[in-house]
Design a protein around this ligand. Structure first.
Ligand code: SAM
Length: 259
């Protein structure tokens, strides 16, 4: 590492797990997803008992792309393109999906899934997108927000690239509020997931990082407040599957026209 951040694996992991040390977290996240790319889809479906497909479908419904069926949409932290391709495949969708991620092996491994659909994959950091201001009719990030080394900077970038009136949807894991559900969730997420994840992916820390990063992610209310502070309006959320996930929806204010 060339940054001033921690330079031992242990320190990088400590910084990444607690959300401190943005350069360390950025480097760790990028490298880790690049390394697990070949097993990412399999583990997603296996560990979520395929609920991840349903969660993404719900998030896409919230995007309300039908308002601009020929529009340009951003899939941020697109990974292996499941959201981007699901959107491009919707009946009546005639627009373009720009799918961006900084772990290029994730995008590369998903290339065969594109099959001529209107999806363009772009290797880019979500914190400084090489995309034009006011250029997108909508944006969505699925399971990517908690991985951003600087969440507020990421929210600001999405705000910038959305056109006035454009919608932003965040799908992310949350910690369930109900004590009984939380106890079961804790055993599964902190014991079973790291074990299966390590065996199947062969990666020592990726599936330990997953529950730790969720534990340090803002609550539903705090994330909504941060979206509002960024400038979004009509901010709301819905919880899914006993509070294991939440979908946040936020709109960039429409342009103000002089009378
Ligand atoms: C858990 S995966 C989610 C992938 C996909 N959206 C899905 O639904 O499966 C998180 C993705 O966020 C990407 N990511 C994290 N921080 C990023 C950043 N600053 N810029 C671009 N991509 C980032 C990672 O490379 C990874 O592919």
């Amino acid at each position: 590492m060339t940054s001033a951040g921690p330079d031992t694996v242990e320190a990088i992991e400590a910084a990444a797990a607690t959300g401190e040390g943005a350069p360390a977290k950025r480097a760790y996240v990028r490298r880790m997803f690049s390394e697990i790319a070949p097993r990412y889809d399999l583990l997603n479906h296996l560990l979520s008992l395929s609920l991840d497909r349903w969660w993404r479908a719900r998030a896409l419904n919230a995007l309300n792309w039908q308002r601009s069926p020929n529009g340009v949409f951003l899939d941020l932290c697109a990974g292996t393109l499941d959201v981007a391709i699901r959107l491009a495949r919707q009946a009546g969708f005639g627009g373009l999906v720009v799918a961006s991620d900084f772990a290029v092996p994730m995008l590369q491994i998903a290339q065969p899934k594109i099959q001529g659909r209107s999806v363009v994959a772009v290797g880019a950091d979500a914190l400084s997108l090489p995309l034009r201001t006011d250029g997108f009719d909508g944006a969505i990030v699925a399971f990517g927000a908690r991985n951003l080394a600087e969440l507020d900077a990421g929210l600001q970038e999405v705000f910038r690239v959305l056109r006035p009136g454009g919608r932003f949807v965040i799908l992310e894991f949350q910690t369930p509020h109900n004590a009984l559900v939380r106890a079961a969730y804790h055993v599964y997420f902190h014991r079973v997931v790291p074990f299966i994840g390590r065996v199947v992916s062969g990666h020592k820390t990726a599936y330990r990082y997953l529950p730790e990063s969720v534990a340090h992610f803002p609550s539903e209310k705090e994330l909504a407040d941060r979206l509002t502070r960024t400038g979004f309006v009509n901010v709301r959320w819905e919880s899914l599957t006993f509070g294991v996930c939440a979908i946040h929806v936020a709109d960039k204010p429409a342009a103000i026209h002089d009378p």
